[in-house]
Write a protein that binds this ligand. Sequence first.
Ligand code: F6R
Length: 606
Amino acid sequence: MCGIIGISSDKPVSASIINSLKKLEYRGYDSAGIATLSDGNINEVKSKGRVSNLERNFDIKNLKGNIGIGHVRWATHGIPNSVNAHPHSSHNVSVVHNGIIENSTILKKDLINKGHNFKSQTDTEVIVHLITENLKTTELEEAITKTLNQLQGSFALGVVFKDIPDLIVGARRGSPLAVGYGPNENYLGSDSYALKSMTNKITYLNDSEFCIIKKNQINFFNDKGKKINKKILELSSNELSSEKGDFKHFMAKEIEEQPTTVKTGINEYIDNVNKDINIFNFPWKIEEIKSITLIGCGTAYHSCLMAKYWFEEFTSLDVNIDIASEFRYRKIRFKKESLYIFVSQSGETADTYAALDLCKKNKMKTCAVVNVIESSIARDSNFVLPIHCGPEIGVASTKAFLGQMLILYILALKFGSLKNEIEKNNYQEKINDLKNLPSLIEKTLLVDNDIQNASSTFNDAKGSMFLGRGFSYPIALEGALKLKELSYVHAEGYPAGEMKHGPLALIEEGMPVVVLAPRDSYYKKTISNMQEVIARGAKVLLITNKSKDEVISENIWETIEVENTNDDLLPFLLTIPLQKLAYYSALKKGYDIDKPRNLAKSVTVE
Ligand code: F6R
């Protein structure tokens, strides 16, 4: 959460910092701020709310300085207002911070006793005063090393100094941080995306390292303050752009891009000539893998749940799934013969990273399914399966969900084939079906009108439910998550067969209920569950697939049909109307679709 940018240049930096902050808003948007150095002063400007508020601030226009740091915040300590906005400054030091300082209360007490004055409710201000305190007795590098050793918790930091006006210090533990190399200027960023418009030459800091950035030189240090060398990486260029184009919202664009992203994923992994799946350089023999644990958060967790059904369908592997924030604190009995798969769009989610780290420390086999291939999770896993979706900017994940499901589906099929547990013809038929998926998604995207009409009913209701069985159950969970995060309507995803064990009590006259009932092996059972909710007054929006047979049930409020494909690919198509339902609900309410309240795209706090 939160975004950091720093620029050290031979020309004024405030306009470039503002531009980068706009790009970083996906990481947090409850306040923004900037600090530059000029004429022996720290110039700080901060605003509550969006970067556009900061841009309108009169003081920004007059902000001089060839060196500066900026920040967009997602509040953890202290309410979102301009006082708690970053940067935080003492008389000689200014800091931007992502993460949480766990021992801030103790450190603050001590610093107050030493005469330091605090202005905000944040944990970050402790870092500012600690550096100021340590600079009284030591030189820069030693003061930084000492400060970092005093901090507990997670952080990525950008620091500028009134009395050392030609440099920025960057440091990290737990939260990601990158530096970038430009012509007569160098950069600091909370991720490579922040820097992409300025440079494609990047170095990532590892945990406990720090750096000193000048306009024409960058030095790196380890946790002991000793100089180290680090590699410069060239970032991949993405043909899918991070601009909105003609679309009103990134989310709309990203939903419509799905035929292309799925096609790219298929082209990357499917060998059309031999009708086979290519997973190049997979580092283990299939016999070494007896079980799989899939780990993720939010939407990524839903793709893990989906994958469980596919792995169980195509292989005899023992398949477990876990929510990263639970996994990392449980007493896990690690199994040598297990493969741990980490699913994450950003590749920076703090809980997922911590779960990966735990597996690494226990010497487990780790595999990352990520969109951002330069991310921490990708870099620190034994093996990476990129989902090739291009930048996903809308906070609500859409194309990355389909991308994650696609790669996990492909992996499940491949494992089934390698273990000789899926019959060859069946395997090749499924590969054939995959090739048609992009065009089926494209056709399913035309469900627009019906969904737009239905969305008003969800907005007017005090709650709603999303039901599905088997392959449709994870999609029901995802549909409910999308609706609640975008239109702030209470929505609950449930296995349809579980309704009678409690949630049926929630159903009352007119309550909107989405029932996912494609004509798969669960169809009849789901239709029975649908009738149970209709009988109790629910207004059912049935989502099924096209068929010559009519649905035999009375009193269905609305029916939406997706295209037809084999049972295990139907989840891809069922997802489309649910993404659109959430989109149109939020649109009708006039909510901020790409930046829903209280959320952020990259969740780098636990
Ligand atoms: C919901 C959503 C989140 C993310 C979750 C994990 O639309 O986007 O639930 O899926 O925060 O993020 P990543 O995939 O970046 O690890």
